[in-house]
Design a protein around this ligand. Structure first.
Ligand code: APR
Length: 304
């Protein structure tokens, strides 16, 4: 597999993949020497991790040829005060070239898009690659759900492992955390927390990325984004059929036509193998539509 962009998210994802021995990795970046240096450092950690995985860094797309998975993290992260949408035009150019180059040399790959604004960048990668839509997927919902799980766990003083959560919609400020489908060992949080408390956790989840940007000051989150990306890679490479919220192409599901938006999907060797349809109540529907229209307006700005 290949990871395009050897920055914080790309290198952290590479670490998880090689440390677990899941796959061999080509780590690509335009910066000279940097992917080679990080790859060598990771390779030197493999004996300590008892991992047989191999990793090498490169500045040439030819080295990514024949990849089964391409993860795209290349681009610019947010600075304090920026929304994910502020990255639109700069990152669109990066995604266009990264997708064109990688899809040409790895025509059978599944592409996982991480670069923000992620839903729109997934749509762009799908268009540029010409791949069937099941083979282009965006990473966002797993991360947003993990943040919601964390905040619920903090609030209730329970292990985050025992909390399941679902977040739908675009990976932006209008994302839709779903309390009805968020449970602690099967108990919906609507039975464990007041409406006001749930609202404040939803609000913190919506702004979870910005909270980290404002603390870091020089970039955006990467440990949890990398862990989320790793789950997707593993589900696909091991054909696990895991049900994970991802940005997937909707072709009428949820009444959305021709757009990448976050929904629960079954991930296996073919990428998105199925989209799970939920019956949304009136308020959930309204919030979901609001989030979808935010994604649609960004897609329109890029004319894709
Ligand atoms: N081709 C390949 N790599 C590129 C290109 C390009 N055209 N342009 C930039 N890069 C590389 C940079 O050299 C850098 O190493 O992408 C890397 C991005 O790394 P970071 O700046 O550390 O950003 P990171 O925190 O990894 O975030 C990357 O993921 O979560 C999203 O919002 C985030 O869009 C951002 C992306």
């Amino acid at each position: 597999m290949s990871i395009i962009g050897a920055g914080n998210v790309g290198a952290s994802t590479a670490q998880l993949v090689v440390q677990s021995g899941l796959a061999d990795v080509v780590l690509f970046d335009i910066a000279n020497g940097m992917p080679q240096g990080k790859a060598l450092d990771l390779a030197e950690a493999c004996p300590l991790w008892n991992s047989s995985a191999s990793i090498r860094g490169s500045n040439s797309y030819t080295d990514t040829a024949g990849s089964d998975i391409i993860v795209i993290t290349a681009g610019f992260p947010r600075k304090p005060g920026m929304s994910r949408d502020d990255l639109l035009h700069a990152n669109a150019d990066v995604i266009k070239s990264a997708t064109a180059e990688t899809s040409r040399v790895s025509p059978d790959a599944v592409i996982i898009v991480v670069t923000n604004p992620m839903d729109v960048m997934s749509q762009l990668a799908w268009r540029v690659s010409g791949f069937p839509h099941n083979r282009v997927i965006g990473m966002g919902g797993i991360l947003d759900s993990a943040r919601f799980r964390t905040f619920v766990a903090f609030e209730l003083g329970v292990s985050p492992e025992d909390v399941e959560a679902l977040v739908l919609g675009g990976h932006g400020d209008q994302m839709v955390p779903m309390p009805r489908f968020t449970t602690v060992k099967g108990i919906p949080i609507t039975r464990l927390l007041t409406k006001e408390k749930i609202e404040s956790l939803i609000n913190r989840t919506r702004h979870g990325g910005a909270e980290i940007v404002s603390l870091l000051k020089t970039g955006s989150a990467y440990y949890a984004p990398a862990a989320s990306t790793y789950l997707m890679i593993k589900a696909i490479l091991l054909d696990e059929k895991r049900m994970l919220p991802c940005a997937a192409y909707l072709d009428g599901q949820y009444n959305v036509h021709g757009l990448y938006v976050g929904v629960p999907a079954v991930l296996g060797e073919n990428g998105v193998e199925r989209i799970i349809q939920l019956d949304l109540d009136e308020e959930e529907k309204k919030n979901f539509e609001h989030s979808v229209s935010a994604v649609r307006s960004l897609v329109a700005k890029l004319s894709i």
